[in-house]
Structures are given as C-alpha cells and as structure tokens.
Design a protein around this ligand. Structure first.
Ligand code: UDX
Length: 452
C-alpha cells in the first residue's frame, strides 16, 4: 500500500521505517527541513536500536521518501497516519498539533477523488478521534464519512526496543469509525504481521492504550508500596517478596516443564519509580479526563502519588543513613529514565538531583549516554558536576545512589566503590546489586525495600 505519515518523531519515524521494511511505500512528512534532510540521507534523527540500518536500507530501496510536501504525500497515498506530538500542558494533553494535522489533511482531501483513510496514531484521550478529529476532517474536506475513512490505531513501542516491538506486535488494535475504514486499513497489517487484529471503535482503541500503560505503572507503584511497608517493618526483602509473587503460575505459567516468564513480571519489582515520556503523562491525562467526566479515579491517583512519594522516601532514607545530607557529596549513577536510552524526560534521577540540590548536597553525576541531555535539563542548577567516567563520579563521595540499571553501572565491581569513595556506601534504587557481596567487600548497602 502507499502510506503517508505526518510527524517524524519517535513514533512516526519508527512506524514509517518498519512499514517500508514490510514492503509498503511510505512517505514521511514533516515541516522541519533539517529532519527531512537527515532522513533522506538515511541518517535517523533519533537514537533507537536498529533504526539507522533499517532506515538506510529502505531509503536505498526507494521504499521510504521523506518530504515537506504533505500535499504530494497525501495525494499519492491511500492512508495517512497522524503521528504528531501531544505535549502534556497544564493537566492534560494539548491537541494543537493533532488538530493542525487533521485540518491540513482534510484540506488536501477536498481535492482528492479517491477514498482515503486517516489514522490517528498519536496517544489521545478517548473521544478525541470521533469528536475532534472527525468534525475537523469533515469541515476541512467538505466531505462526509464514506468519502473518507477514519481509524484510531495506538502504538505500543518501548524506547530502546521500538523497532522489535513494531515488527513483532502482541496485538494490533484498529479502532474503526465504520466498516469500510476497517476493511481498507487492516491491509496495512493483515498479511505482514503475525498478531491478532482487534477490531473496536475509536474510543475503545484510545482507552486500550491508556489502560495498558496505566496497568504497567500500577504494577510498579504496587511493588513500591509493598517495598515501603517492608522498609518500615524492617527485616523484609521486598525484592524477594515481589519475585515470589511473580512466580505464581497465574503470572509465570509452566508450559511443557518450562517456566514462561512474561515481561510484565519485570514491572513487579521495587525500584525508584517510573518515568519517561509515556507513563507519567498518560496516567495524569487519564486522571484529568476521568475527573472531567465525573469519575474520581482513586487507583490512578494513588499510582502517581506513590511514584512521587518514592523520591521523598529516598531522600528521607539518605538523611537518616548519612546523618544529614547538607554539604555531603553524593554520586548519582544513572540519569536516563531507564537503561539503554539517553532520554531524561520525567526521569526520577533528575527529580532526585533537584531535591538533593535544594537540600544543599554536592552532586557528582554519571551516565553512559544521558550526560548531555541531563546537563540541558538541569541548566542553571549549580553545584552539579557531570562525568563520563564513573570513577571520577565516585571519587571522594559519601554515598553513591544507583538510579538507572545500565549494565555499565550494575557491573561496577564493589572494589571500585571501596577504592574511590570517601565512605563506600551504595543506595541501590534499582535493586540490581547483590547485597551479600557488597557486605563482603565492606560496602554499606541500602536498597529500596531492603533494610537489615
Ligand atoms: C512504555 C510502554 O512500555 C510502551 O508499551 C508504551 O507504548 C510507551 O510507554 P517506555 O516508556 O519506553 O514504554 O518504557 P518502559 O520500558 O515500559 O518503562 C517505563 C518506566 O517504568 C521506566 O521509567 C522504567 O524504568 C520503569 N520500570 C519499568 C520500572 O521502574 N521497573 C520495571 O520493572 C520496568
């Protein structure tokens, strides 16, 4: 099929490259010339595993064309996927870019004779596709449903694994406004992907995305609440607790003698809490959507509250363990919101750094990839030093806090903590280190959900 995509951000570009790789002809449209130039040269403007090589391949084969000419992209395609950003402003997502894209596509469809399906891929709260995008398309095109089609098709891409997630989906959700839209749109996936296609209406599709992220975040906050109770009681290892909970065969079934460990059990783990561009924003957006509709979402509010409390609890523990943190020097190991990415958006590590600064602590930060982005994020935050070598970050410190479980960090030998730190003490906020081994090397160990 010929497919045009509006927006070459994270979702749009991964979608475009993967669909081209699967044999479709793709136009990636964006207003920013420098991004289009980069894509046209086969160089990905974003960092994502496998994306560079696949982009180079589809550009070379002429299966993907990057352009600023949206008119041509829509005219020469049968489907247009809207994958523009929905920034979180105030307490809800802003639909400015979605509305703008719908206007532009609608205006182009006015002059197009053939049937055309528009797809909303950006994460939008329920009712956006049928009550906001549809009227704009009708008004801008002067046409009715049936002359054009409309679907909502959410993405489930994890940063760092986005290409594999796209190529091997668990489920393909098509929220179609009518039968004709569904029949045309499903051809994108039907013969190219091995996954169940779930046919629903647009509102249900929108809600599936929010419910999926909310449940995963709930697992994390649930684990952190169990960790907090365990800490207060003392002598309980919450990591062992949650690992054992996950071994229930309803989470981890045994198939032909083999334990099948679903990825979801990874979220049943105590840690420093969730961050990133999706979980915090999606849950908060669903909360405000729900409140506007007259339902007070108690669980979702608690998921956010527990996550925010996590930083405060880390701070309290530090104050207690170090007998105060003012004028202490602390190493922060890990700045990215999770391992294997340079993304610091909504990173718990950045939030902790701000709080520690406020409390008068000197900070020495290390991350194998996210130092530059963290510097920009923390611009104007004096007294925070950044290092590309963990040894320099550890040098002369009173404590080290493990905030991102990069292998570069979790594999640091305990002997290095002893060698470089003033007082070797590590606060494992990812529960990634072996506390018995730490003790053996003479390193004081504190862990989320672990108090001796
Ligand atoms: C998430 C969803 O997984 C994906 O399906 C959706 O499309 C976009 O949002 P992503 O934000 O890339 O993807 O990250 P994910 O790997 O799910 O982690 C989200 C947050 O939870 C991170 O801060 C991560 O560190 C944290 N997390 C994850 C934990 O704290 N513990 C875990 O065990 C797993």
């Amino acid at each position: 099929m010929n497919i045009s995509i509006i927006g070459t951000g994270y979702v749009g570009l991964v979608t475009g490259v993967c669909l081209a790789y699967k044999g479709h002809k793709v136009f990636c449209a964006d207003k920013q010339q420098h991004i289009i130039d980069s894509i046209s040269r086969g160089v990905s403007p974003i960092y994502e595993q496998q994306l560079d090589s696949m982009l180079a391949h589809v550009i070379k084969n002429n299966d993907l064309k990057a352009t600023t000419d949206l008119n041509q992209a829509v005219m020469e395609s049968e489907i247009t996927i809207i994958a523009v950003g929905t920034p979180y402003i105030g307490d809800q997502i802003a639909l400015t870019y979605i509305k703008e894209a719908a206007h532009e596509v609608g205006a182009i469809l006015k002059n197009k004779k053939d049937y055309h399906v528009v797809c909303v891929k950006s994460t939008v709260v329920p009712t956006t596709t049928d009550t906001i995008v549809l009227p704009i398309l009708k008004q801008a095109s002067g046409k009715e449903l049936g002359d054009f089609g409309l679907v909502m098709n959410p993405e489930f891409l994890k940063e760092g694994e986005a290409v594999q997630d796209f190529l091997n989906p668990d489920r393909i959700i098509i929220g179609a406004i009518d039968e004709k839209s569904y029949e045309v749109f499903k051809n994108i996936y039907q013969y190219h992907f091995d996954a169940p296609i779930i046919k629903v209406n647009p509102r249900t599709a929108e809600m599936i995305k929010y419910a999926s992220n909310s449940l995963l975040a709930t697992l994390i906050s649930f684990s952190n609440e169990i960790a907090a109770i365990s800490e207060e009681a003392g002598g309980i290892d919450a990591l062992k607790v949650m690992e054992s909970v996950g071994l229930d065969k309803r989470f981890t079934p045994k198939v032909r003698g083999q334990l099948i460990k679903p990825d979801a059990t990874k979220y049943l783990k105590p840690g420093r809490g969730f961050g990133g561009s999706c979980f915090p924003k999606d849950i908060k957006s669903l909360i405000s959507f729900s409140v506007q509709r007259g339902y007070d979402p108690k669980i979702l509010k608690s998921v956010i509250a527990v996550n925010e409390l996590q930083i405060k609890r880390i701070l309290c523990t530090l104050k207690k363990e170090l007998s105060g943190i003012q004028d202490k020097t602390i190493a922060i190991l890990g700045l990215a919101f999770k391992a294997n990415t340079d993304d610091v958006r909504e990173s718990q590590s950045i939030k902790l750094i701000r709080e520690l600064k406020e409390a008068g602590t000197k900070l020495k930060c290390y991350d194998p990839a996210a130092v530059e982005k963290a510097k920009t994020e923390l611009l104007g935050c004096d007294g925070v030093e950044f290092f590309n070598d963990y040894r320099e970050a550890l040098e002369g410190t009173d404590a080290a806090i493990l905030m991102t479980d990069w292998e570069f960090i979790t594999s640091i030998p305990f002997s290095e903590y002893v060698k470089f730190m003033k007082a070797p003490a590590v606060f494992d906020c990812c529960r990634a280190l072996d506390h018995a081994k730490a003790k053996f090397y003479g390193v004081k160990y504190i862990g989320i959900g672990f108090r001796e």
